[in-house]
Write a protein that binds this ligand. Structure first.
Ligand code: ZN
Length: 147
């Protein structure tokens, strides 16, 4: 089911790990509504600004799947409010900076924008989420500092 111009519901809950382990990662109606909001308010605006394909590597994760991938216990992926994204047209660092600029210009409001691992030059992936009561426009960098 198409949620926005460039994102489908299916790609926001597809999981190779779930398929491999036989985990049913089908989202509830509430989760589906969150995924729709995530696509409309965060992912599509980023895609429109970037103007090149963005791949969602992980969106919704049911509790079993979240445990299987060692996700954080209170992860926003559990409610369908977060997505991990990658791109190949440019570096992921470029996409991260583009998202950061959109936040600063008020074009999008996120819960968290996270530079996920990798190095100071390039993250392994980018985590973006919807804002909540406790999380608004938090920007985190999780890479290891080279010693
Ligand atoms: Zn994530």
């Amino acid at each position: 089911m198409k949620l926005t111009e460039n994102f489908t519901l299916e790609e926001l809950y597809a999981s190779a790990t779930a398929a491999r382990k036989g985990i049913d990662n089908t989202p509830s109606m509430v989760v589906q509504q969150n995924l729709r909001m995530l696509a409309e308010k965060i992912l599509q605006p980023i895609r429109d600004e970037y103007r090149h394909p963005i791949t969602v590597t992980s969106g919704y994760r049911c509790a079993t799947l979240n445990k299987a991938v060692n996700g954080a216990k209170n992860s926003q992926h559990l409610t369908g409010c977060a997505a991990d994204i990658k791109c190949t047209y440019t570096s992921k660092a470029y996409l991260f900076r583009l998202i950061l600029r959109m936040i600063r210009e008020g074009k999008i409001v996120v819960g968290q924008l996270i530079w996920e691992y990798g190095t100071a030059d390039e993250p392994n992936w980018i985590h973006v989420s919807l804002p909540t009561a406790g999380k608004k426009n938090q920007v985190l960098y999780l890479y290891k500092v080279q010693k």
